[in-house]
Design a protein around this ligand. Sequence first.
Ligand code: ADP
Ligand code: ASP
Ligand code: MG
Length: 439
Amino acid sequence: MKVLKFGGTSVGSPERMQGVREIITRDSDKKIVVLSAVSGTTNTLVEVASEYAKGNSDKSIQIINDLYAKYEKFVDDLFKGEDFKKKGMEVVDKYFEQINKLIKQPFYEQTEKILVVQGELISTNLFTLHLQEEGINANIIPAAEFMVLNEQSEPDLLEIESRLEGFLEENKSYDILITQGFICKNFNGGIDNLKRGGSDYSATLIGAAIGAEEAQIWTDIDGMHNNDPRIVENTFPIAQLSFDEAGELAYFGAKILHPNCIVPAQQRNVPVRIKNTMDPDAKGTLITSEKNPDTVKAIAVKDGITAIKVKSSRMILAYGFLRRIFEVFEKYKTPIDMITTSEIAVSVTIDDPKNLTEIVEEISPYGSVEVDKNQSIICVVGDFVAQRKGVGKDIFKALEDIPIRMISYGGSKNNISMLIDTNYKKEALIALNKNLFGL
Ligand code: ADP
Ligand code: ASP
Ligand code: MG
């Protein structure tokens, strides 16, 4: 069985949804199809929540009404027959009723969580109806009933596996099962989500849970490119990546994959294939356990990074010192991305500045603390990058005019990371593209 995930642009219009139907019916294999919300919908729902939280309820009602009008047209174009057009509008009305109800109640954190996942509920229900109108033997299964988080707010793979098994058994007469990406339930049983871009993670979690032959991520580009195509002009798709390489690229900013989505695939050795919905015959990128030593594969960049330096002339390398500093980050559940040390200072980076003030206050007794915001991590990924003769030279030659704030290599053999001010990002990516790939 394969799992196929289609992102927002891939289901972004009635024509695109019809294209998805063609892709999933090219063979008669049984499959699970994971859908994102129609592109733009999640952003709109986030905006609704934020306006509502600020007390601008008129503004949020206006945004909701505009979104509703888009879905009226969507339904009219997606379905052929009057009966299915009516069923389509019943779906839209049902979820918009829920949305309208939410913004009449007092605003809680949970209000936003329930609001933002409505897009996936609408897209999957409309798509399932579309398949049924086309006479395809398909059914929908509710992600919120199997995609569950544990006490640490991490997906609980064993529980997901056992719940999915039940759904597969109940629906074994169907060829195609549709489900929502992004949506999950937290340990307390409340509706939650797998963070922005989370449908990729849903797909690989489902793939891992059912031991899928493959998890396919269908998107709007022909695979993982060697550099960020939103910033650099001359980029190309990479045919093959190892789990380690793809995991680093996803984590360090290649937006095409959710930061954590390689983890379950690697854990259960499920190949991940990235494909282009707009060009289904393009080769795409295959991610497996196979390694391909000695090559630089790609560059990724992660923005919104904050660097924190703790300087203390005597204590840094004394035992127990780093632990005390790291405990502060642990206390505020703030992951550290990069670390560098010298005899007198330690620098770390974080991408979640929510508790920055408290963290700085609590590490201040250990030394003087400096904070730099608006930083970017540039990450060069490959197998044994630094061992290929000259790669280090090529990287640093490319960055000779750019102030580098931190460098990290050796944590994994797949990654050399550099921290720079975000203002230098574009220049750095273009220079690296030229020096590492001759482009
Ligand atoms: P989806 O809606 O299908 O999940 P996303 O917008 O999340 O799609 O991801 C696809 C986009 O990721 C591409 O259109 C591209 O602009 C961006 N992207 C960033 N880095 C890369 C990369 N290294 N290779 C390919 N695409 C990338
Ligand atoms: N719809 C969600 C988002 O926009 C999840 C996804 O598209 O992967 O973040
Ligand atoms: Mg995405």
